[in-house]
Write a protein that binds this ligand. Structure first.
Ligand SMILES: [Mg+2]
Length: 359
């Protein structure tokens, strides 16, 4: 390991990567993954890589410019992610770090951790004091159309998944009931079944629907109401109709602390790109442990597989492969489990695919 890994440059490239399964949600469709690939270079020749998920192509040009414009804050400084994150927090105190800036900062943090791991020849999980292990994963579906998705659900079971999530809220309660009945019919009583409303209901409507869904033994209901509506989440939780899951829209650990204080959830699912990268995730993991909240991840399977092993209350890795099309070696599912790769975060770009899907 060089004495000090020094950041030399930072570039970002936009791609729109095809998804193995296009994702339909109650709040819009994602036909392919708009990604921003971040490449940090160091004076020692060791790269650091990470990617952002832009949700929509509309974000990509701005995200690329914003991410690259952060380079002057980093270049010439040690690759010390916690130090750089603290500096950036101070630098943007007046602006605030929500939104695209928070995504860019989180992505840079991940890329710096990746570089550190590569420099030491260690996986990030090991660098954090944990070890790589096979993590229980759940297969994450969008809005289901049973005639298209029955075979995919059966395939998930054949891959060893013992937990499956589907999205609801695309239509009426009757439509939700039909989906859950059909999915339960395929996956059987032994599979844990979660549902995700993607923020599409009011609290009273969520409670009405969950009452009707009682026979189907839901392991959690995710974001039943708008993410920022902590009182609404708490009201759904108080109904005790299903454990409430939320967190993919928390901006940094401070948002998570507010949700915990509001009694908004029974589970937590920070998104590593919104919670502050690896450095932010560590704070979230500590909050979750002190609040006894089981933690599952949100997309970003490669990086999440490194931080879940050092998350004391880790439950599931969400298996939703958004970057597999541009990686040399996508992470496989083996017997329903996903295992991190390293050194670093273990991602190598497939440059031919990056060129093909450039946006
Ligand atoms: Mg969700």
């Amino acid at each position: 390991m060089p004495d000090s890994l020094t950041i030399r440059s930072l570039i970002a490239r936009a791609v729109v990567a095809p998804l193995a399964r296009p994702l339909r949600t109650a709040s819009g469709e994602i036909p392919a993954a708009p990604l921003l690939l971040i490449d940090v270079a160091t004076d020692q020749g060791i790269p650091g890589r990470a990617y952002l998920f832009g949700y929509t192509k509309v974000t990509l040009r701005a995200l690329k410019a914003l991410t690259e414009d952060l380079a002057p804050l980093l270049v010439g400084k040690p690759c010390a992610p916690q130090d750089r994150a603290a500096e950036c927090e101070r630098a943007f105190r007046l602006l605030g770090r929500q939104g695209l800036l928070g995504m860019a900062l989180s992505g840079i943090d991940m890329a710096l951790w990746d570089a550190l791991g590569r420099a030491l020849g260690q996986p990030v999980a090991t660098l954090l004091g944990g070890s790589i292990r096979a993590l229980d994963a759940y297969d994450s579906f969008g809005l289901i159309d049973i005639k298209d998705d029955a075979k995919r659900l059966e395939r998930a079971l054949a891959q060893g998944f013992r937990a499956i999530k589907v999205k609801l809220g695309g239509g009426s309660l009757e439509a939700d009931l039909k989906i859950v009945r059909e999915v339960r019919g395929i996956v059987g009583a032994q599979t844990r079944l979660m549902v995700d409303y993607n923020q599409s209901l009011s609290a009273p409507e969520a409670i009405r629907r969950l009452q009707a869904l009682q026979p189907y033994d839901l392991a959690w209901v995710e974001e039943p109401v708008p993410a920022e509506d902590l009182i609404g989440h708490a009201a759904v939780r108080a109904s005790k109709l299903a454990p409430v899951q939320t967190g993919e829209n928390w901006w940094f650990a401070a948002d998570m602390a507010k949700a915990i204080a509001a009694g908004a959830c029974d589970h937590a699912m920070p998104d590593i790109m919104k919670i502050g990268g690896v450095s932010g995730w560590l704070k979230a993991a500590a909050l979750a442990e002190t609040a006894s909240l089981p933690v599952s991840s949100h997309i970003f399977i490669e990086a999440s597989a490194h931080v879940l092993p050092v998350t004391p209350t880790a439950l599931y890795l969400e298996y939703l492969d958004s970057a597999g099309a541009i990686l040399k070696e996508p992470l496989p599912v083996i017997d329903g489990k996903v295992t991190a790769r390293g050194s670093g975060l273990g991602m190598e770009w497939d440059e031919a695919a990056v060129a093909k899907y450039a946006a």
